[in-house]
Design a protein. Structure first.
Length: 122
């Protein structure tokens, strides 16, 4: 169960053009054990910073991701049954994803089984 770093620029764009009102973050458990987690918050191309999706696809393909690093966690998430019981760093990461996307995270998967999902309450 592999995954790449979260790209806030692309998600903000997708949320805007598709009218997203909430998010479901999957594979949160895959990040357990990482000391730091990278989050792409912008792109850089020829010295210019893009916090929104670049205006031309040719720029996007040549741009360099700019990452923010957030604290990771060591705890196993697969047995967690409530959002409130997540390790503080995991909960902070989930909130950061929603903040950067401009859309609240409402659900999470914390394991490969269908029932390993959590609802995020306000």
């Amino acid at each position: 169960r592999r995954c790449g770093w979260f790209d806030a620029v692309l998600l903000r764009y997708a949320a805007r053009v598709n009218g997203l009102t909430e998010l479901f973050v999957t594979k949160l458990d895959v990040l357990s054990g990482l000391e730091e987690i990278k989050v792409c918050t912008a792109y850089r191309y020829e010295g210019q910073r893009y916090e929104d999706f670049p205006p031309h696809q040719s720029i996007f393909h040549k741009a360099e991701a700019i990452y923010e690093e957030v604290e990771g966690w060591t705890e196993d998430l697969t047995g967690v049954t409530r959002f409130e019981d997540l390790p503080p760093a995991a909960a902070k990461y989930v909130r950061r994803v929603g903040d950067l996307a401009g859309v609240p995270v409402r659900h999470l998967s914390i394991g490969p089984a269908r029932e390993q999902t959590l609802t995020v309450e306000d």
